[in-house]
Design a protein around this ligand. Structure first.
Ligand SMILES: [Zn+2]
Length: 108
């Protein structure tokens, strides 16, 4: 029981791919190897970090270079999921509102 807006959002929800509700950020670091070029002049190594909130604490997780593009897709999908959840909720509210209106108009 939904409307057109809800149907469209649910259709997309069914195709949801692996997702993660977190954000991906990049920073530059020394790797810690004293013989690496980064220990003296650089350049530093680019590091990808996943950050998210858990029980009001910010948590971070290192993302290996080979998974960056994939993890970025999960993050995008997580954002899409959040939008779709809001979209379906809005559609259901509209559905109820329209029923209330049509009932009133039938009575009047
Ligand atoms: Zn290094």
């Amino acid at each position: 029981m939904t409307n057109e807006r809800g149907k469209r959002a649910l259709e997309r929800l069914r195709k949801i791919k692996p997702f993660i509700q977190a954000s991906l950020s990049f920073t530059k670091k020394r790797c810690g190897n004293p013989r690496c070029r980064c220990a003296q002049e650089g350049p530093l190594h680019e590091v990808a970090l996943l950050t998210w909130k858990e029980e009001n604490r910010t948590r971070t997780l290192y993302v290996p270079i080979e998974f960056r593009r994939e993890v970025d897709k999960w993050v995008q999908e997580g954002k899409l999921l959040k939008r779709l959840v809001a979209e379906v909720s809005q559609a259901q509210r509209e559905f109820l509102t329209s029923k209330k209106k049509s009932r009133k108009s039938k009575k009047g």
